[in-house]
Design a protein around this ligand. Structure first.
Ligand SMILES: Nc1ncnc2c1ncn2[C@@H]1O[C@H](COP(=O)(O)OP(=O)(O)OP(=O)(O)O)[C@@H](O)[C@H]1O
Ligand SMILES: [Mg+2]
Length: 452
């Protein structure tokens, strides 16, 4: 849109022009009265400076009308005493009235211009900062308006777009453009998901909206095109899809783990209990009662072991009450329990400040420790484990090191989800996960989580 500007000469020129016009008016008074010797003055000329001054200076311009009215009256009084000045009063009043009307109209015009300028600014800013591709085309689909954001979104500058860009060059499947326009005309609006192409070839998923523009006589004058960039939404959708898949996989893995633990810990023991019971039954049937006692003792020992094994399994499965007991207590308690059944020296150092972090961060810390320590017990044959949690400026650093047999990370099986699950959990919170291990030289896991 063209910028509205106050037209006409600048302030200095206005003063110069007005001075000349006033000088001419004074000369006319003098000329008609003194040189020509007649009572009538060519006062119509006065309208020129009066109208101009009211236009330029609004109410202040009235001074010029007052000056000329006074000039008219006093010109007669001083230069031609014989002339009656009644007519001059009427003419002077008329001059002032005209100046008032022009000043009033000029003020109204200035106010309207100001309002227009304000709404023009708002409209321009809205279009400029609107995070959408917004354009107007002629009836053939050639762009005639292209907003600033479109350059970022589609790569074409306004000049390039207005020179020779049509919608079919932006749509990923150009053969569909004719159909898009014909549906716009038929339905009055087109509103669908369409892939556009950036100048550099990148595909941009968008919600494309098109409405036709008609002149008052119902002739098509063009189209308004609006496209919202859905890249971010599309990426989030993909991320959610990936996360749901990972969630399903980890749930499946969790089930597998539970069944394996129950099988490993309880299955064998129950089989041995069953064997002992069969032996006792047989001994009873043979009436060899004095041989029964060792089997009963074995049953008592085995069931004691079974109950402690099951307690261990349940403890690992049950979530620690981090909210109620605090994360530091939950970790320390877990490590104490581990020490009682695993032959492992644990050296831990935990920063008190982590207690103030978010529950999601604390739960992730706890689950990471649980997975890493379980791995050390299961796979490493380590004698020592060191664990440190340090609060740094903006993040929390967790480091777990063992002095076990280590492993070759390139040969890790694909169907293992323990470390994979921890990695995706940490990365989804904006953290980082690193693991360092080589056969025979122990393993170190380092996790960084934001301090929120
Ligand atoms: N501290 C460690 N010392 C030695 N090997 C390890 C250690 N941690 C992990 N590993 C190796 O990395 C593999 C992958 O570990 P991960 O935790 O992902 O799976 P997992 O423990 O075998 O099974 P699960 O899915 O039940 O956790 C393990 O099978 C093991 O070979
Ligand atoms: Mg594991």
């Amino acid at each position: 849109m063209k910028k509205l500007k106050s037209s006409g000469p600048g302030p200095k020129y206005r003063i110069a022009i007005m001075s000349i016009l006033l000088a001419v008016s004074c000369f006319l008074i003098y000329y008609f009265h003194s040189v020509h010797g007649i009572g009538a003055v060519f006062s119509h000329f006065f309208y020129i400076p009066i109208i101009l001054s009211s236009l330029w200076w609004k109410r202040k311009g009235l001074m010029v009308a007052l000056f000329l009215a006074a000039l008219l009256i006093f010109g007669h009084v001083f230069l031609r005493e014989d002339v009656t000045i009644v007519n001059d009063f009427f003419r002077s009043i008329l001059l002032i009235v005209i100046a008032c009307v022009v000043a009033f109209l000029s003020e109204q015009i200035a106010k309207t211009e100001k309002k227009l300028k304000k709404s023009e600014g708002m409209y321009k800013n809205t279009i400029k900062f609107l995070p959408l591709h917004l354009g107007v085309t002629n009836p053939e689909g050639k762009y005639i308006i292209w907003n600033d954001y479109s350059e970022d979104m589609l790569g074409y500058s306004s000049d390039e777009a207005i020179k020779d860009l049509t919608l079919d060059k932006l749509v990923k499947e150009p053969e569909k453009t004719a159909d898009i326009f014909s549906r716009t005309l038929k339905q009055g609006i087109y509103d669908e998901y369409v892939d556009l192409i950036h100048k550099n070839g990148r595909i941009i998923p968008t919600q494309l909206k098109i409405v036709p523009l008609y002149q008052s006589n119902n002739i098509l004058s063009g189209f308004i095109i609006e496209a919202e960039d859905l890249t971010l939404i599309e990426n989030s959708r993909k991320r959610i899809k990936k996360l749901s898949k990972e969630l399903l996989e980890s749930q499946e893995d969790e089930r597998r783990k539970i069944s394996a633990e129950i099988h490993d810990e309880a299955g064998v023991t129950i089989t041995s209990l069953q064997l002992n019971c069969h032996m006792i039954k047989e001994l009873i049937s043979l009436k060899r009662y004095d041989e029964i006692e060792p089997f009963i003792d074995s049953i008592i020992d085995t069931s004691k072991n079974l109950s402690s094994e099951l307690r261990k399994v349940c403890y690992n499965l049950a979530p620690a009450n981090i909210k109620q007991d605090g994360i530091i207590y939950a970790i320390s308690d877990y490590l104490e329990k581990i020490k009682t059944y695993a032959k492992l020296e644990i050296d831990s150092k935990i920063s008190r400040e982590i207690e103030n972090s978010d529950i999601v961060i604390k739960t992730t810390l706890y689950r990471t420790i649980q997975e890493a320590v379980t791995n050390v017990i299961r796979h490493s044959n380590a004698k020592n484990l060191t664990l440190s949690i340090t609060k740094r400026k903006n993040d929390i650093n967790l480091k777990i090191t063992d002095n076990g047999i280590g492993f070759d990370m390139s040969t890790t099986k694909k169907d293992k989800y323990g470390l994979k699950g921890i990695r995706s959990r940490v990365e989804n919170l904006g953290g980082s996960f690193k693991i360092g291990s080589k056969p025979t030289s122990g393993t170190t896991i380092e996790v960084q989580l934001p301090y929120i």
